[in-house]
Write a protein that binds this ligand. Structure first.
Ligand code: PLP
Length: 463
């Protein structure tokens, strides 16, 4: 019998997260306040608990995973590393393709890897309630699940179009005791102002972030905080459990290590999770091709700029040094909701600047074609975001065939698509179109960056 699933024993689960900030050959630029000065931890204290702010600012290479967090994560972790032998045979490639199956978490994606520790650290700090925003609903469901497991209240501002058109994840949040409301809402000043001006607005992630932060900072009891599902250093840190497990599992499979590592990238968290432990190896001399794959509708790494920019439309967040399209950017309504964010995590962005990563963009038609090949050869229905990683995996496997090389390809299977079947339906009925952001739109959305502080480009030139 072929070995398809490479399991890791719970006792071999990683005990520490890996922090790439300790090893980047060029230092990270600090986040800035509106006054252009580096932000202090005290400024963030009304928004996040201090223990997570410490993690956000940490330059320690290894950070212990609390025992209680491991006890919760081990309900479904370690997740299997699987070999995609069906896809390999179909492509007639000499490459061996492995993927980390993050779709088996109860919420269906990798996002639980950070939702659990975030809820735990908040609880430790005496917080009673977490507020967040969600687009298509994946982060909202993960946080609702985590709050339910840990004993916190959870409120989720869900972008109105998704709230109305994609009720499934809202139902999941409700099952786990989360309070999911349509954004903009009557609960906040920001929401009321927008509804007054435009009662029929479809809402946006930027508006939902503004509402969630406002609610968190205005609780007079001081026991409410905000939680973010991607982009920030501490979120990426929590996700490194994916790559750390994969490293041990590749060893069990008898592999020397991957030649190519691939992940789809929205805010950058699952990509960072699978790749950062291997980025460290690359910094220390290993030859590895590391590829974040973004949506061609939202191409911040391949066509955006490395600049200081706000994380949200309403300019409530600090200025972050990141690859961005400008915080006013309104992405086309492609199906991969998780890839429609204007910026890329500062840690990933700095690694791009340094030349350690080779980003590429994929349009949704190509992504769905790849998802269909995947479903037919491996049986599994992937999330629309994940299909972008699969498209790049297929390209790399074909390249290995053309070069006649036995490469090891590793990718992050960030989530399943069982609640996203409408996109597949559109594909099957020929209604799905490829979409690449036009140049004029790109130029216009980057105008806002001109009035913000410039981000210095630091790189060693080694890669
Ligand atoms: C949210 C999400 C993404 C994109 O977010 P990242 O922070 O870039 O990982 C990708 N895949 C799935 C399944 C998601 O839910």
């Amino acid at each position: 019998m072929k070995e398809i699933n490479i399991h890791l024993s719970p006792k071999d689960m990683p005990r520490q997260w890996y922090n790439l900030a300790a090893d980047l050959p060029t230092p990270m630029l600090p986040p800035l306040g509106k006054d252009g000065k580096p932000i202090t931890p005290e400024k963030l204290a009304p928004v996040f608990p201090m223990n997570l702010i410490d993690q956000e600012m940490s330059r320690e290479r290894w950070i212990d995973i609390p025992e209680e967090v491991l006890d919760l994560l081990c309900h479904w972790r370690p997740v299997p590393l699987r070999r995609a032998t069906g896809l390999e045979a179909y492509l007639k490639t000499p490459a061996r393709i492995y993927y980390k199956d993050e779709s088996i978490s109860p919420a269906g994606s990798h996002k639980t890897n950070s939702a659990i520790p975030q809820a735990w650290y908040n609880k430790q700090f005496g917080i009673k309630r977490l507020v967040t925003e969600t687009g298509a609903g994946q982060w909202g469901t993960a946080l609702a699940l985590a709050c339910n497991m840990i004993g916190l209240e959870c409120k989720v501002y869900m972008v109105r179009v998704s709230f109305d058109q994609k009720p499934m994840r809202k139902i999941l949040m409700q099952i786990w005791g989360g309070h999911c409301v349509s954004s903009p809402s009557e609960y906040t000043h920001a929401g009321r102002e927008i509804l007054k001006k435009d009662p029929n607005t479809p809402g946006s992630l930027g508006i939902a972030i503004s509402e969630a932060i406002e609610e968190a900072v205005s609780d007079p009891s001081g026991t409410t905080r905000y939680a973010l599902g991607s982009v920030l250093n501490h979120v990426l840190l929590h996700q490194t459990i994916i790559g750390l497990e994969a490293k041990k599992q590749l060893e069990i499979a008898g592999e020397k290590g991957p030649d190519v590592v691939i992940g789809c990238a929205g805010g950058g968290s699952n990509f960072a999770g699978i790749s950062f432990p291997f980025v460290a190896d690359k910094i220390h001399g290993k030859k590895i091709e590391i590829i974040p794959v973004e949506s061609a509708s939202c191409p911040k790494m391949t066509r955006g700029e490395f600049a200081y920019d706000f994380g949200d439309t309403a300019e409530m967040t600090p200025l972050l040094p990141m690859n961005t399209l400008g915080h006013q950017f309104v992405p086309a309504p492609v199906h991969a909701g998780g890839l429609r964010y204007h910026g890329m995590a500062p840690l990933v962005s700095q690694a791009v600047v340094e030349g350690l990563l080779a980003p590429r963009a994929c349009d949704q038609l190509n992504a769905y074609k790849s998802a269909m090949i995947w479903a037919k050869t491996e049986g599994m229905i992937c999330a629309p975001e994940t299909s972008h990683a699969i498209a790049a995996t297929i390209d790399e496997a074909i390249k290995a065939r053309e070069e006649g090389k036995e490469k090891v390809i590793l990718f992050s299977y960030s989530g399943h698509g069982l609640l996203d079947l409408m996109g597949y339906d559109k594909y099957l009925t020929g209604q799905l179109e490829g979409y690449t952001l036009p140049d004029e739109e790109l130029k216009a959305s980057m105008e806002v960056l001109k009035k913000l502080p410039k981000a210095k480009i630091h790189k060693t030139g080694k890669w």
